[in-house]
Write a protein that binds this ligand. Structure first.
Ligand SMILES: O=c1ccn([C@@H]2O[C@H](COP(=O)(O)O)[C@@H](O)[C@H]2O)c(=O)[nH]1
Length: 274
């Protein structure tokens, strides 16, 4: 029997430290790297990130949007990037934020979670705004494929609060129910921005991982992540993209610095948040 995503994630967090590194081949970053904003440039960018960080980051998160910009050729680069990451042994979290009616969600799950798919990742981000129940097929598929879903709950962008707060409790309740009985983490993680000033959700019973984007350019620091998540910080995977991707020469060094800072702030022994 294969190991569940939760087991694999816990092992990688313990072995490598708590950090997710993004692959975000935006026009601005391609320009900074003196690469063409074209499929070949995106491929070179992605290969460099994989070669520089796959052996030191617990999780790597390609941002699907930056590949989709180039249509089928961009998707082909995304497929090869996912394959390279999986071969390197890191966990791949595809940031695609899909959400739709149940039948269509099943098709998204086939695309991103079914082991046989060329786009299959270890986990994918989903949007719950068609009702948490609409994600059921994707959650079932995640369990069947030893994968996971990370559901948008309280995102890092400043516009999110008023819109998401009213339903965040329902998202949490759905995740708690889906994760019951699993160990060390269930198949449903939450996306909660590291930029939030305070946590307005009780996460103690989540029993799932928390992806926390927003470090670096969006303003959050590893210390902020520890303060925000306090007693559940052992389950947090802080994520960083532009702040480490800005310069290819310094990419690995910056990843190592973020990783070590996150480890120092988020380890169970650290009482910095108290
Ligand atoms: O709440 C969220 C959810 C996802 N993201 C994504 O993470 C990266 C962040 O990039 P940075 O350069 O580290 O700011 C990007 O792909 C977003 O789409 C997020 O920022 N906030």
């Amino acid at each position: 029997m294969n190991e569940s995503f939760g087991t694999r994630l816990r092992a990688r967090l313990d072995a490598y430290g708590p950090l997710c590194v993004g692959i975000d081949p935006s026009p601005a970053l391609l320009h900074a790297w003196e690469l063409d904003d074209a499929p070949a440039g995106i491929e070179r960018f992605s290969r460099t990130v994989v070669e520089s960080v796959a052996d030191v980051a617990a999780v790597v998160k390609p941002q699907s949007a930056f590949f989709e910009r180039w249509g089928s050729r961009g998707i082909a680069v995304l497929e090869r990037t996912i394959a390279d990451l999986r071969e390197a042994g890191t966990l791949v979290l595809l940031d695609a934020k899909r959400g739709d009616v149940g039948s269509t969600m099943t098709a998204y799950a086939e695309a991103y979670l079914d082991r046989g798919s060329p786009l299959a990742a270890d986990a994918v981000t989903l949007s719950p705004y068609q009702g948490f129940g609409s994600l059921e097929g994707a959650i079932t598929s995640a369990v069947a494929n030893d994968a996971a879903v990370f559901v948008v709950t309280r995102t890092s962008n400043p516009e999110s609060a008023d819109f998401q707060q009213p339903v965040a409790g329902q998202v949490l309740a759905g995740a708690v129910a889906a994760n019951a009985g699993h160990s060390p983490f269930g198949p449903v993680g939450l996306v909660i921005g590291a930029t939030l000033q305070r946590l307005d959700l009780p996460l103690d019973d989540l029993n799932g991982p928390i992806l926390a984007p927003g470090m670096g350019v969006q303003g959050a620091t590893p210390a902020d992540v520890a303060r925000l998540f306090g007693p559940v910080r052992h389950a947090v995977v802080p994520s960083v993209s532009r702040a480490v991707l800005a310069d290819p020469q310094r990419l690995r060094a910056r990843v190592l610095r973020y990783r070590d800072e996150c480890a120092a702030h988020l380890s169970p022994q650290t009482a910095a948040h108290l």
